[in-house]
Design a protein around this ligand. Structure first.
Ligand code: F6R
Length: 594
């Protein structure tokens, strides 16, 4: 969602800005623009549409500039609403990510003072506020005006005749890439990695000034502060397609490694968090989207292994719920660590007095600063908008947490823990077996591509996997699909079942298998095509139009394997339908607004 890049240094800036913006394309956008500080002015070019529609030949030479990809919130995608924005005098240019909640009031006041606006956006008020409040020093001006803004922001501003970029952040990601004779800024690390692997993460409320040879940072109280320089230990190749047609497919295929890396150093002894220092008699897991589905699976895992009552809640609901007297140990799951609703939920949980822990894939992401403890998933960078390997590694971490909690409260016997460890160790191999069958799975998509509606059903621990399968399909193949607990179909959705409504059914040999077989029989009686995913069974084979079997594992570990099949089904269906798999319409990789 919205991407920012900025550069100040000894090189010509135009190409650097375009390259940086392209590295952020995965975040999703609908318009793009750049501002380049040139002799005696600031050149601005912006357009609705793709980055390639910007005309680089028209860019002036310059060593300082900022660029932006916009994902529309206030005002439709258009040339006028694209960033950067200038003030009335053309002295400043600004890009902004986030949302300014009080922009209407600010805009009315500025209009009364004679400012003329060119867009419908909330962001434009920032350029005019700078002009209105400027008293000779852009850093001081920005420090002053961020106090007037309500909402979330990452702001970058440049000024005529200056080699500085002045930036501020609150609840929207912004990193500084620290180079030699050059410094960069970006919404995410891939945009600076061509130039440096050393970055500084700003904290909420920070304002900073960047020039070719210096970085100065002030905290929300105005005190000069140092922020640690972190060395990034993955390179651009890790974040590139490596021969696969789409990032999503590459990331699906990376899952054996992602599982392996997430288990590394954690199986024999789990030292990431000392749970004994917390009250973990009741657990709540909060998250959004795919991470919420991981949370739902996590509920089953924790209740089964550690016998601890656990709830899974959507972040956007939790934050507006009524506080209760229970103070559960609260786990926030967010791949990006930047999801606005999940960050707000983390703050809310803390405010209510809960101990909090984040599970995230991104080092030093915003959520890590809001919680008492952090566990990293170690999936490596995920670029495709649809979450795949990060879901799998979130589950891996949840298994590890459940085992640790179970050992601590003596609900998990040591010998059973050893069996679980062995199962976890075998998972990368099992996933590989499924990936090797991808051509067979691909053929099944013929049964899905022409459908307008598809149901995904499962029970118990595989019910959330059905939800995730349906989300993946609607997200990338644009086919309406609904995940259901199989037992609920007869309470309404049965009315929709026809020979044109395929049902993807998950059946593993757990205590719900027979009930599931009964459900499949009922669905078959309504003539819906059935694609079964799960364990081999003669009766199931007879009832279903196609059975995709997974390697044999204890039911508790089946979600990881079943989900890989559902990922491939979604991918190949979207592929057949020629959809924009890595950048589905209207979606962004990290949702940094409410
Ligand atoms: C779906 C997807 C989204 C994210 C959701 C939360 O494929 O990627 O549903 O799971 O936006 O994102 P994170 O995990 O970054 O908080």
């Amino acid at each position: 969602m919205c991407g920012i890049v900025g550069y100040t240094g000894i090189n010509n800036v135009g190409g650097i800005l375009l390259k940086g913006l392209k590295r952020l394309e995965y975040r999703g956008y609908d318009s793009a623009g750049v501002a380049i500080v040139e002799n005696n002015g600031i050149y601005v070019q912006k357009t609705k549409g793709r980055i390639r529609e910007l005309d680089e030949d028209d860019f002036p030479n310059g060593n300082v500039g900022i660029g932006h990809t916009r994902w529309a919130t206030h005002g439709k995608p258009s040339d006028e609403n694209a960033h950067p924005f200038s003030d009335c005098t053309g002295e400043f240019a600004v890009v902004h990510n986030g949302i300014i909640d009080n922009f209407v009031t600010l805009k009315e006041e500025l209009i009364k003072k004679g400012h003329e606006f060119t867009s419908e956006t909330d962001s434009e008020v920032i350029a005019h506020l700078i002009e209105e409040n400027y008293q000779g020093d852009l850093v001081e001006t920005l420090k002053n005006i961020v106090g007037m803004l309500r909402g979330s922001y990452a702001i970058c501003a440049v000024q005529k005749d200056s080699n500085r970029i002045v930036i501020a952040r609150d609840q929207s990601p912004l990193v500084i890439g620290v180079g030699v004779d050059e410094n960069l800024i970006a919404s995410d690390v891939p945009a600076v990695l061509d130039y440096t692997n050393e970055v500084k993460y700003l904290e909420d409320g920070d304002v900073a000034e960047i020039s070719s040879n210096g970085v100065h940072i002030w905290d929300s109280l105005g005190n000069a502060v140092e922020r640690e320089t972190v060395e990034i230990d993955w390179n651009l190749e890790d974040a590139e397609k490596g021969g696969y047609e789409h990032y999503m497919l590459k990331e699906i295929y990376e899952q054996p490694k992602a599982i392996h890396d997430s288990l590394l150093g954690r199986l024999v002894e789990f030292n990431d968090v000392d749970f004994k220092q917390y009250d973990t008699r009741f657990i709540r897991i909060i998250s959004c989207g795919t991470s919420y589905h991981a949370a739902l699976v996590g509920k089953y895992i924790i209740e089964e292994i550690a016998k601890i009552p656990c709830t899974a809640e959507l972040a956007s609901e939790y934050r507006y719920s009524s506080p209760s007297e229970y103070l559960p140990f609260t786990i926030l799951i967010s791949q990006s660590g930047e999801t606005a609703d999940t960050i707000a939920a983390a703050k809310e949980a803390k405010q209510r007095g809960c101990k909090t822990m984040a599970i995230t894939n991104v080092m030093n992401s915003s959520i890590t600063r809001e919680v008492d403890e952090v566990i990293y998933t170690q999936a490596g960078p995920e670029i495709g908008v649809a979450a795949t390997k990060t879901f799998t590694t979130q589950l891996i971490v949840l298994y590890l947490i459940a085992m640790e909690l179970g050992l601590n409260n003596n609900k998990l016997l040591r010998e059973n823990a050893q069996d679980y460890r062995d199962e976890l160790r075998r998972l990368p191999r099992h996933v590989k077996v499924l990936l090797d069958q991808s051509e067979d799975i691909r053929k099944v998509c013929e049964k899905l591509v022409d459908a307008d509606d598809i149901f995904f059903v499962g029970r118990n621990i595989n019910y959330p996997v059905a939800l995730e399968g349906a989300l993946k399909l609607k997200e990338i193949a644009y086919i309406h699909s609904a995940g259901y607990p199989a037992g609920e179909l007869k309470h309404g959705p049965f009315a929709l079942l026809t020979e044109n409504t395929p049902v993807v059914a998950i059946l593993v040999k757990d205590h719900t298998f027979e009930k599931m077989l009964g459900n499949i029989g009922e669905i078959a009686a309504r003539s819906s095509p059935i694609i079964a995913v799960g364990d081999h069974d003669k009766e199931l084979k007879k009832l279903s139009d196609k059975l995709i079997t997974i390697p044999s594992v204890p039911p508790m570990f089946s979600p990881i394997l079943v989900n890989v099949v559902l990922q491939l089904l979604a991918y190949y269906t979207a592929y057949e339908l020629d959809c924009a798999i890595d950048k589905p319409r209207n979606l962004a990789k990290s949702v940094t607004v409410e």
